[in-house]
Design a protein around this ligand. Structure first.
Ligand code: NAD
Ligand code: LYC
Length: 604
């Protein structure tokens, strides 16, 4: 599939591959274990899912009865056609947020139609093939993909539709290369990580243990809950009743940020900068601006469940979910560019596509960002108060410059880790455009992603759209080359001598590329707080100011990240299911809780 319009240099000489990746594991929660054990061993890779079902996953009774005609839609507008008794939900976009919302609804028996602008599912968790390489479009660091606890939301989402995947455990979440030669590996084993960190900061051992210990307190509380919609009162009050201490712990930390808590225990400025870097890689902001619940989630899950890479590439997650959705009797249409959400008497009732087709449903769920949803898809309406508040507290995070490369394998030392974060000399550059460099080498774990004797290097760094505006085609291409050369030469100096002469393949994407292919306003990575936020208090959930319209994805609670958007998908599906009568609900309590939550958000 040819998609990203990058610059491309090809010089392919096969040589031997010299890394031995760890063996893959298949994770299932115990209740799925027997049923999916054999399926798991074959359940990955594009060809496996090209046709037919993921597995003989349990289908809802409604899904079994349903016979779908392939949806074609209504061309020309105005005329409405019912497909059977209509869709329960239309999902705009097939990012992980949209797919989890869609599949969770489908397994509850809802009829779902997912409309995706692009030709494959996944959005920023998609993939593309070039010259024998399988590249992950975005991040290759997968949280929530283990066989343990309640927070393995990616594992659970795949299992729910009978599509578990084989994963390869990563022994190190990330290898930090920081100023003053601070080189820290975040080992999967918590004690090993703490030992390594305290070897640099022996005088702060107590503070380190206290800060990360507080993260564990929050993580354990989160991990003890059944995760559903925090906007659904029967569930929420039920959880408070069953796990009062855990819920009160979470309520206490909800408005707090990691940086303030770190400062209670830690004084060393360099260690505090390290905590900033820890937070920056998952929130694109420093620790003072990172909600403590989110920080705790990622700083502990990497040791509890560990980071696990899906065999065959990250793109397999979206492909499996899309397949699972169809297995459940729902549908997904590609090249379906939604240009507006149709409202009638203030309620969202359907969508219109760029080719004029219209689709109608009881509810509409947008996986486009809130800026795209309310700025482009909702036409001729004033911005709802809730969205105004959201935009007061959050701005669009910058986008990324990304370099996808194939390199000769021998340029990497034998013990190279899969993920690296590089900030060479100056801590103040952490959040600056092109200041810090993210690097993933997924072929360290899965050699099948590259031709023999080659590795994939996926390099990315923050970059804003403003930097790429107003250039001619020639200037744009030249600038891509200059910026990429500079980043590669920094990595060559810091990590891999000889890197630039070992390149077999290279493509460079800019914020414009992300805007074009991910349909995200300004190519944004997601929302980031304008100032110091009150933790997660200001982050909206899934309902919106427009009846029948819900949002899902990274501009919803709890924010950026694949596992975060998977959680927003789970929450959204629960709230929608309650609203269309597939789950219990109490209209009186609903009205009270939604009003209360709306008021909380105004405090942020
Ligand atoms: N950028 C990265 O490097 C990267 C990589 C992997 C994962 N992630 C995480 O994934 C999160 C985003 O996941 P997400 O689920 O919120 O969304 P997403 O942006 O990944 O996917 C949204 C999908 O909706 C589609 N879409 C948007 N507007 C549309 C329209 N009008 N009509 C039809 N389709 C439309 C897009 O084509 C895309 O496939 C990010 O926060 C990030 O943390 C990011
Ligand atoms: C309702 C109210 C008000 C109250 C009540 C209380 C309670 C109960 C509460 C509860 C809560 C909850 C449940 C919550 C939850 C949360 C969660 C789940 C969260 C999650 C999160 C996650 C995240 C944030 C993640 C992220 C991640 C990311 C972003 C990642 C990224 C990565 C990358 C970029 C890569 C890197 C790379 C290199 C280094 C190379």
């Amino acid at each position: 599939m040819s998609n990203f319009p990058f610059l491309s240099l090809s010089n392919h000489t096969p040589i031997n591959y010299h890394h031995t990746p760890p063996p893959p594991t298949t994770f299932q929660n115990s209740n799925f274990h027997t049923k999916f054990q054999s399926l798991a061993l074959r359940g990955y890779g594009e060809s496996k899912f090209a046709s037919g079902s993921c597995s003989n996953a349990p289908r809802s009774a409604k899904a079994r009865r349903r016979k779908w005609v392939l949806v074609k839609g209504v061309v020309g507008g105005g005329k409405r056609v019912n497909f059977g008794d209509g869709f329960d939900a239309i999902v705009i976009g097939s990012g992980i947020g949209g797919l989890v919302a869609g599949t969770q609804l489908a397994v509850k028996g809802a009829r779902v139609l997912v409309l995706e602008k692009y030709v494959i599912p996944g959005g920023s968790s998609g993939f593309y093939h070039r010259d024998g390489y399988t590249f992950d479009v975005g991040s290759s660091v997968m949280f929530g993909f283990s066989d343990k606890g309640n927070l393995n939301l990616i594992t659970q989402a795949l299992e729910a539709v009978g599509c578990p995947m084989q994963v390869i455990p990563d022994p190190t979440t990330v290898h930090f290369h920081l100023p003053n030669n601070l080189s820290v590996r975040v080992h999967k084993e918590y004690d090993k990580f703490i030992e390594e960190l305290t070897s640099y900061f022996p005088h702060e051992k107590d503070g380190i243990l206290k800060f990360y210990g507080e993260c564990w307190k929050i993580f354990n509380a989160l991990n003890s809950l059944e995760l559903k919609s925090l906007e659904e009162p029967l569930y929420l009050f039920g959880q408070f009743f069953q796990k009062p201490l855990e819920c009160l712990t979470l309520a206490y930390y909800l408005p707090q940020n990691a940086g303030a808590i770190a400062r209670k225990y830690i004084k060393d400025p360099q260690l505090l900068s390290f905590i900033d870097a820890e937070c920056f890689i998952v929130s694109t902001v420093n620790a003072l601006q990172t909600p403590m619940i989110n920080a705790s989630m990622v700083l502990c899950d990497r040791h509890f469940g560990g980071i696990n890479y899906p065999l065959g590439g990250v793109g397999g997650i979206a492909k499996s979910l899309a397949k699972g959705l169809v297995d459940q009797g729902s549908q997904i249409l590609y090249k379906a560019n939604v240009t507006s959400i149709i409202t009638e008497q203030g309620k969202a009732v359907g969508v219109r596509l760029s080719d004029g087709r219209e689709f109608f449903a009881k509810t509409v769920i947008s996986n486009a960002t809130r800026w795209d949803t309310f700025g482009k898809l909702i036409k001729g309406k004033t911005l709802p108060k809730e969205e105004e508040n959201f935009q007061k507290v959050y701005v669009k995070a910058p986008s990324f410059l990304s370099i996808h490369m194939g390199v000769k394998a021998e340029v990497l030392p034998l013990d190279t880790d899969c993920h690296h974060f590089v900030l060479e000399n100056n801590w103040t550059n952490l959040e600056e455009p092109y200041g810090s460099i993210f690097l993933s080498i997924p072929t360290v774990l899965d050699s099948s992603l590259a031709p023999e004797g080659r590795h994939i290097l996926h390099i990315f760094t923050t970059s804003s759209m403003d930097d790429w505006k107003g250039l001619s085609r020639i200037e744009y291409e030249a600038k891509k080359q200059i910026v990429a050369d500079e980043i590669i030469s920094r990595l060559e100096k810091k990590l891999f001598p000889g890197l630039s002469s070992s390149i077999d393949f290279i493509e460079v994407g800019t914020p414009k590329t992300h805007r074009r292919f991910l349909a995200r306003d300004e190519g944004t990575y997601g929302p980031m707080p304008r100032g110091i936020p009150k933790g997660l208090l200001g982050m909206p959930f899934n309902t919106t100011g427009i009846d029948g319209l819900y949002c899902v994805g990274d501009s919803c609670f709890p924010g950026q990240g694949v596992i975060a958007v998977a959680f927003s998908g789970v929450m959204c599906a629960h709230r929608v299911a309650a609203d269309i009568g597939l789950e219990k609900k109490s209209p009186v309590l609903d009205a009270m809780l939604l009003r209360l939550l709306g008021w909380f958000r105004t405090l942020a």
